[in-house]
Design a protein around this ligand. Sequence first.
Ligand code: RB5
Length: 143
Amino acid sequence: MIAIGSDHGGYRLKEEIKAHLTKRGLEFEDFGCFSEESCDYPEIGHAVAHAIADGKFERGILICGTGIGISISANKVPGIRAALCTDCFTAEATRLHNDANILALGGRVVGGGLALKIVDTFLDTPFSNEERHIRRIGKIEDV
Ligand code: RB5
């Protein structure tokens, strides 16, 4: 189950991603926002991050204008590893190496076509489970 959320800057891309997830038969819950009216990205970032940290959802997708503010917000929550990706290489690498549990995207940065490829790469790539990556993630969690 995927938790998804955006601010107004990511609203349109969120709607495209939701349609794509539905087409793929993947379940999700939308944490808002629900229109292009201006809102504050930390509220959505924190809500999705807490839902994942609490174990209610396995993965999250967060979108704001740049993807920066909403990923910074989500990464304040212990246990969250939110990765801002602008290409498929980093989306794959952050799953393999960082076991990222949230994908952050910039709705004003990436077009819909690329964003959906990034989403698919992120969702379809498992964590490598390699010892060195487990050790490094442990060191992130220690702080
Ligand atoms: C909103 O205008 C914009 O600041 C926000 O979507 C995001 O890009 C912040 O990092």
